[in-house]
Design a protein around this ligand. Structure first.
Ligand code: UD9
Length: 366
């Protein structure tokens, strides 16, 4: 059983579910934890995935309560489905809850996107702590890159339980491209936004992390406003349904060359990334996607667990500083875009993961 609850987890686990379906002797189940109910629905529909377990998000005052509630609810789903193995992705409350619930039932845990480390327990919080905790109880670690594998080895994870397979986000991009080519109605929400930017360089931004607080938002908005003073730039900012979006609407609304929208579906976002000249984001997955596509990305964080993107020359850490953001944007817009880079994988991570799971955890006697 694969367990997902947020938009990025769903996107990154679709290739694993599809690949597991292609493994004979494997019966794959999907549990949606309900952590983010609405985001990601369209990708499940397009992927033809109907979760066997569609859980209600637990009532929670804070992320600790959310984790506790998810452990209980996901544990009940595991008891109903009785899987031979559980697959979790990345570093969310759903990922850790799934791993803990399975561990307490002595069901082996496979961790997709294992080994990402910023080296700072407070940033990103709580994700750095969550992914380290999962690493201590998982039986198989699917590391996207050599740096991730090395981080796991440094923490004493047994080498024969680590498999360097690439990040499934690249598989998802290839899948999305194919689906959009076959059905141009997918991701139509991108059209009015890319049309608004017609004739100007489209800068695509997303800001959703909890640690991007009010002062940081003001500084980022100041940097973005300075960037769109020039006539040849247009900013598109799909807003994640988080409280800080209201602040961003107040700071950035009503500007001629800024289009604010609600979060767009995955296919629309892929189309916007392809149309973008520059991406500005505090996201993790978008650093990987920008690198795979060859789009420069300015990272609105103080640290990253994607050093490969920085070394590839696609990502630049600008923190929450208006001047750093403005200067980096001006430089990036003056330089040619970096070429596509496969440092995060070749688009076949899902197949490698499914084959290894089938052999090692699901039908060990195969
Ligand atoms: C600490 C950290 O970095 N943790 C990350 C966090 O994920 P994230 O930071 O990548 O989260 P987001 O930025 O929300 O999602 C991004 C995805 O959403 C798509 N997108 C975006 C805007 C939109 O309007 N419509 C969309 O469809 C976009 O193409 C992309 O695929 O948790 C994941 C799960 O554990 C981890 O894997 C991952 O390390």
């Amino acid at each position: 059983m694969t367990i997902a609850g947020t938009r990025p987890e769903i996107i990154k686990l679709v290739p694993v579910v599809h690949a597991l379906h292609r493994e004979d002797g494997v019966d794959v189940r999907v549990c949606h934890s309900g952590q983010h109910v609405d985001l990601g629905r369209e990708i499940l529909n397009a992927a033809g995935i109907v979760p066997e377990e569609m859980l209600e998000r637990p009532d929670a005052a804070d992320v600790a309560d959310l984790l506790a509630g998810l452990v209980v609810k996901v544990g009940a789903a595991i008891d109903r489905q009785r899987p031979d193995a559980v697959v979790v992705q990345g570093d969310t409350a759903t990922s850790l809850a799934g791993a803990l619930a399975a561990f307490h039932r002595q069901i082996p845990v496979a961790h997709v996107e294992a080994g990402l480390r910023s080296g700072d327990l407070s940033r990103p919080w709580p994700e750095e702590g969550y992914r380290k905790l999962i690493a201590t109880i998982a039986r198989r670690h699917f590391a996207p890159t050599g740096a991730a594998r090395d981080a796991l080895l440094a923490e004493g994870v047994a080498a024969d339980t680590i498999h360097m397979v690439g990040n499934t986000v690249v598989d998802a991009l290839h899948w999305a491209d194919g689906r959009i080519d076959a059905d141009p109605t997918l991701g139509r929400a991108a059209e009015p936004l890319s049309e608004a930017a017609e004739g100007r360089a489209l800068v695509l931004a997303t800001i959703h992390r909890r640690e991007t607080g009010p002062d940081a938002l003001k500084a980022i908005a100041a940097g973005l406003l300075a960037m769109v003073e020039r006539e040849d730039v247009h900013l598109v900012l799909p807003l994640h349904p988080r409280p800080q979006s209201q602040v961003l609407r107040e700071l950035l609304g009503g500007q001629a060359r800024i289009s604010l929208s609600s979060a767009v579906d995955y296919f629309a976002f892929v189309r916007l990334m392809r149309a973008a000249r520059l991406i500005v984001s505090d996201s993790g997955g978008i650093q990987e996607e920008a690198t795979a596509m060859g789009r420069p990305v300015l990272v609105l964080r103080e640290t990253t667990e994607r050093p490969e993107a920085v070394m590839a020359g696609t990502a630049k850490i600008v923190g929450h500083d208006a001047d750093a953001l403005f200067a980096a944007a001006r430089l990036a817009l003056a330089q040619p875009m970096p070429g596509p880079n496969d440092v995060f994988g070749d688009g076949h991570a899902g197949r490698r993961i499914a084959q290894r799971l089938a052999r090692d955890l699901i039908n060990p006697n195969r």
